[in-house]
Design a protein around this ligand. Sequence first.
Ligand code: ADP
Ligand code: MG
Length: 695
Amino acid sequence: MDPDQHADRDALTTPVQFLPGVGPQRGALLQRLGLRLAQDLLFFFPRDYQDLSELCAIADLAEGRAVSVLGTVDEIKPTAGRWGRSRLTVTIQEDGNTLRGVWYNQSFLRKKFHPGQHVLFAGEPKQTGAHWEMTHPQIQFLAEGELPTAGDILPVYSLTEGIKQHQMRRIVKSVVDATTAAVEEVLPATYREAHNLWPIHRALEQIHQPNDHHSLQRARRRFIYQELLVMQLALARRRWLLTHEHSAPPLPTSTEIDSRIQRLFPFSLTADQRLAIEDVCQDMARSIPMNRLLQGDVGSGKTVIAEYAMLLAVAHGHQAVLMAPTEVLARQHWRTLSSDLQNSKVRMALLTGTLSAAQRRENLAALEQGDVDLVIGTQAVLQDTVRFSRLGLVVIDEQHRFGVNQRAALRQSGMDPHYLVMTATPIPRTVAMTLYGDLEVSTLKTLPPGRQPVHTQLANSNQRDQWWSFFCEQLRTGRQGFVVVPRVEETDEEIASVEATFEQLANGPLEAFRLGLIHGRLSSEEKDATMRAFSAGQLQVLIATSVIEVGINVPNATVMTIENGDRFGLAQLHQLRGRVRRGKHPGYVCVFVPDDASVVDARLEAFANSTNGFELAEKDFQLRGPGNLFGAAQHGMPPLRIADLQRDHELVEEARRDARNLIATDPELQDDELIRLRRMVGRRYGRVLKLGDVA
Ligand code: ADP
Ligand code: MG
């Protein structure tokens, strides 16, 4: 590297307040945007762009939306502004409407304008009093009838109070001009050529000051790809570590084991279930740990796959553990397994947060001594006091509740088990490749045979009587039902609560039936007792919060009322509906929406129109945007800055392929050419993904 470049590198780490045109006050404002050093500004990409050739009529202006306006100069008015500043106001008119351009301390501009001149103002308009105004708009003088050149594109940056767009543009431009050359290339040249990616200097310059749309796309593509590659490298690296630095007991199946296990199930497996079991058996037969994600829509029959895998471990004298996100679900699994295993010698233990201290101690001792084969529990099993004697398999049900971090924590406890994760929240493919990029995936696409359709309708208060009479009819023919509400207690008259709804129904439409209620504030014993009574048919209707959202399996339940449907998310609604789609009778869901909702929102519309969880997940992804689905808080992964998993799905696939290839040939990324990439991976993902040495 030439010595000049070294000197320049210091320019990259100049604190922002020392940059031209910044100073301590603005420096502090920039810090609010997370911008501390010059290089932060360099990588502070525009949130949008403004194409000067796309004109907007003054009549169509909207507050804060950056646009260009073409008009003729009407009035030029220099005035003294506050604090001794000079102020220049130039009013242009177009089609009878007017817009003012306002400049401070730029009195030299005055000479450039004269009445009747054709001019273009570009900026973000705001309304002051009865007038539209742009502060420091970009100007272009045009001959009469001339249109602005296509492709004059200005960056639009995110701002914070106290910094204006034109100031931000100026600050960033000076940084780009002064420091871009000092930035080191991250992607090797051979690699860039193969993927048709621009070098970093050109891309940086063009992403801030694009020559035209084409250049802008090329510049963005480079950074989008880079961001995705770094992420996929981290995931590929983690996958490599999981398979190379860990070993697990090989637990092969055999015809004998297979038939012994299958005999326990009360039904024969579907083709999809068989395929998933084959995947699992192949993985478990190896001495590297299985890392498999099993996804399948609500009610697709995932539990039996978990059961199979656990019994396979037990057949080899190893222990297996099944973790559920809630106690209610853990206890349901406990009942299913107890019933399937009633004539077998398998020893089971329940391990949840609410066992008595003595019970817990006893179970833990039994586990440690190897007197228990199968553990079913909640996150409580994650605690370090839990010791297994020969742990062979961990199954996690409803994975979407567990982040990347928790998976890592689990892996580190004790020896290396095989590892099966199940989720009923179908995940769009690109997200799966990201959140679970270190896992292999099996999918249950079909539901078990004999399932009846589930009907969904949206309704308002006019349709209540009709719905409740249908609901009652179902109960009279022996079916059961749910009533789901957003709140436990009444805090707001508009929002249904478990308590108020229970009162109303017990003294109203459902007075002839046996009702129970369940919500998160009840003790585990109470919840469990209620669930058991409902499963056994002693209770006919459960009035519940979304605690019943995941996993609950009562095939005789066929009707569900959802109150304040607008308060639930799409994925959540679909999970809820899954509760009445589990048996041989058709299911019916009625979602009440506010009467005044003139437009039923797109989410509810989508819900009513599809019962396919994968379709709905894609829809949800489109509606909410990946930001929400892929929130750092939820999954423990840092947010993406420029890439968008949905929009850029093709690049996600490309980056993933490339990352896997790179890691396959150079698992430590030791090649000199890759050193910067390796550092980036470490900085961004080292800690969350526990990449150890790479960080
Ligand atoms: P989920 O995928 O939502 O966890 P479950 O494993 O709870 O689904 O299964 C839903 C219901 O389908 C259960 O009542 C289960 O007994 C039943 N089931 C699962 N597999 C089959 C099958 N192959 N044939 C018939 N019923 C099945
Ligand atoms: Mg389940």
